[in-house]
Design a protein around this ligand. Structure first.
Ligand code: IPE
Ligand code: MG
Length: 260
C-alpha cells in the first residue's frame, strides 16, 4: 500500500512537471485570468462529510495558494469572484463566516512578503455600500498597502454583480451627459469600459469555473465578450496545480480569432 502510494505520488509529480513544461513552451500565458470559485459547500459535504464552514475555510486557503501559483506562472491579472450580490440571500451565519474569512485574507495577503517582492496590487470591486464597516477597513488596508505596486494585479469581486456594474456605468455616463461633461457621440465601447470597475485592466483572456456548473452567473458580463471559457468538475477547495495547468494548456491550444 505504501509502495502504491509512493508510485502514485511520483507519477503525479512527473505529470505535473510535464504539464508545466508544455504550458511554458505552449504559447502565451493568459494575461488576465478570471476565476469563479465554486463548490466550497459541496466539497465539505460530499467529499469530507463536514460542515459547510470547513469548505469555506479550505476555499479561502485555496485562494491564497492559487494566487501564489499565478504569481509564479507570471499571470499579470488575476480576478476572482468571491461574493456576488446574489450571495447576500444566504443565511446570515454563513455570510458572516465568509466575510470574516475574506477580511482575514485581505490583511494576510496585503502583508505577505511575496506581495511586495512581486509587486502585487490588491483591489476589491463591487458595491461597497453592501459591505460592513470592518470589511471596508480591511479593503482600505489592503488597497493602501499595495497601491504603489503595478507589476501584478489581484482583484477580488465582492458584493459584485455584472448587471449592477453595467447599470452603475450607465448612470455615471447619463449624469455626465446631463451635466454637459460628455456628449452622446462620445459614448463608445472604449469610453463605456472606462466607467466599469475594471477600467484599468484588460478584458479577461480566460475565465475558469470550478465545480461542474456551466454558467457565468453575472460575472464580468461586459468584459467576457471574447474570453475563452474553461469549466472543470473539481470543487474549488480540491483544485490542484495540475488543474490550473490544464486550463492554461487548453487556452493555449485554442485559436483566438476575435470573430475575424
Ligand atoms: C463558492 O462555493 C463560495 C461562494 C460562493 C461564496 P459555494 O458556497 O457556492 O458552494 P457550493 O457551490 O454550494 O458547493
Ligand atoms: Mg456555488
Amino acid at each position: 500500500m505504501a509502495v502504491q502510494r509512493l508510485v502514485t505520488k511520483t507519477a503525479y509529480a512527473q505529470y505535473e512537471k510535464q504539464l508545466l513544461k508544455e504550458v511554458m513552451e505552449g504559447g502565451p500565458m493568459p494575461d488576465h485570468l478570471a476565476v469563479i470559485m465554486d463548490g466550497n459547500r459541496r466539497y465539505a459535504e460530499q467529499v469530507l462529510d463536514e460542515d459547510i464552514t470547513i469548505g469555506h475555510g479550505l476555499g479561502e486557503e485555496k485562494l491564497e495558494e492559487f494566487l501564489d501559483w499565478c504569481l509564479d506562472l507570471g499571470i499579470h491579472y488575476v480576478t476572482v469572484f468571491a461574493f456576488s450580490t446574489e450571495n447576500f440571500d444566504r443565511g446570515s451565519d454563513e455570510i458572516d463566516y465568509l466575510m470574516d474569512l475574506f477580511e482575514t485574507s485581505l490583511y494576510k495577503i496585503a502583508d505577505l512578503d511575496k506581495t511586495h517582492e512581486k509587486g502585487l496590487r490588491v483591489k476589491v470591486m463591487g458595491d461597497r455600500t453592501m459591505l460592513s464597516e470592518e470589511m471596508r477597513g480591511a479593503i482600505a488596508y489592503a488597497e493602501d498597502r499595495t497601491s504603489g505596486h503595478s507589476a501584478y494585479n489581484f482583484t477580488i469581486a465582492m458584493a459584485y454583480g455584472g448587471r449592477q456594474e453595467i447599470i452603475t456605468a450607465v448612470k455615471d455616463i447619463a449624469a455626465k451627459v446631463r451635466d454637459g461633461e460628455m456628449a452622446v457621440e462620445d459614448i463608445s465601447e472604449e469610453t463605456f469600459s472606462k466607467h466599469l470597475y475594471t477600467s484599468d485592466m484588460p478584458d479577461p483572456d480566460l475565465i475558469l469555473r470550478t465545480s461542474g456548473e456551466v454558467r457565468l452567473s453575472n460575472f464580468l458580463l461586459w468584459q467576457m465578450a471574447y474570453s475563452e471559457l474553461y469549466f472543470t468538475d473539481v470543487y474549488w477547495p480540491g483544485f490542484r496545480y495540475i488543474d490550473l495547468l490544464r486550463a492554461i494548456r487548453s487556452y493555449q491550444r485554442r485559436i483566438r480569432r476575435y470573430g475575424a
